[in-house]
Write a protein that binds this ligand. Structure first.
Ligand code: PMV
Length: 312
């Protein structure tokens, strides 16, 4: 059985969300992870992921391996014993280590494909919880925002440990996503922010509170159709992320290029230090921003529309 899951971007609130503050995230349906699970005659559970030159029996993967852990956890949770012979094919157009949720999307698609092949359909809540366990292997101390937005494939207002709230997008708006060309593991930037916070919680809690205030204003703007107001809020959020030391020269260069090309606002998105930046397109459209990002050296640009019910 096949399953697919979209990528995602964080619009506001990354890093602070690890410390209990809210964040806004939206699916990016232009990039996807696809998984096909088949019961096969070949003994064992085989993972075929040609994009990353992987073709291996699960048990032979050097551990700890997130894919092996996921399959094992799920079969255990579903009480499947002995393990069936399976071939799991994974393909993804989501760039890795770039803040687009590639790990979570592969997990969610794999969980759904495996559960339906074994005729044990799971609720969204179960899928997200199962993917969260694997996010811990990718990220260390993840907030859970990636697995949540990728599972529900809707814009979300997310607070760690609280029931998920969908975001009502009153008027669609367009975001240009520009890759820096630098792969940056979220685990490292999250660990560095933790170090800062542990050394001086009072200072960094003020920064997290500042981000929280921006997230709340951004939610209000999105839900009332005042999306143009998001631009300055994005710029302010980026300034606070710079203070948290998670921007980089490449991110700052692309963000400046986008603003100079008419973006209403721009910021890094996700873990930072590399990966992607996002820019809010004006009514006249995203083209000038996309061209400016290309001229500034971005190797990959995605244009996406944020709306309440994106096409699956
Ligand atoms: O977009 P990503 O996968 O790089 O996620 C990072 C979001 C953080 O807030 C930095 C970490 C987290 O777990 O929420």
């Amino acid at each position: 059985m096949k399953a697919s899951a979209p990528g995602k971007i964080i619009l506001f609130g990354e890093h602070a969300v690890v410390y209990g503050r809210p964040a806004l995230a939206v699916p990016v349906t232009q990039v996807r992870a696809d998984v096909d699970v088949e019961v096969s005659a070949r003994p064992g559970i085989w993972i075929e992921a040609p994009d990353v030159q992987l073709s291996a029996e699960l048990k032979s993967l050097p551990g700890p391996n997130p894919l092996a852990a996921l399959v094992h956890n799920l079969l255990l949770a579903l009480g499947i014993d002995p393990y069936p012979n399976l071939t799991i094919r994974i393909s993804s157009t989501i760039p890795v280590a770039s803040g687009l949720g590639s790990g979570a999307a592969v997990s969610v698609a794999l969980i759904r494909a495996l559960a339906s092949t074994l005729q044990r359909p799971l609720s969204d809540e179960q899928v997200s919880a199962c993917a969260y366990e694997i996010e811990k292997m990718h990220h260390g101390t993840p907030s859970g925002i990636d697995n949540t937005v990728v599972t529900y494939a809707r814009p979300v207002y997310f607070v760690k440990g609280r029931p998920i709230e969908m975001l009502h997008v009153r008027e669609p708006f367009t975001i240009v996503i520009g890759h820096t060309g630098v792969a940056a593991p979220t685990r490292e930037s999250v660990a560095d922010v933790r170090q800062l916070w542990q050394n001086d919680p009072a200072t960094w809690d003020v920064v997290f509170d500042g981000i929280q205030a921006l997230v709340r204003m951004a939610r209000e703007a999105i839900e009332t159709g005042m999306w143009r107001h998001l631009g300055p809020l994005m710029n302010e959020n980026h300034a606070l992320l710079q203070r948290l030391t998670v921007s980089s020269p490449e991110l700052d260069r692309l963000i400046l290029a986008a603003r100079q090309a008419g973006a209403l606002g721009a910021k890094l998105s996700g873990g930072g230090r590399g990966g992607n930046m996002i820019a809010l397109a004006p009514e006249s459209g995203p083209r000038a921003i996309a061209d400016a990002l290309t001229a500034a050296g971005s190797p990959r640009i995605i244009i996406t529309t944020v709306e309440s019910s994106p096409a699956a």
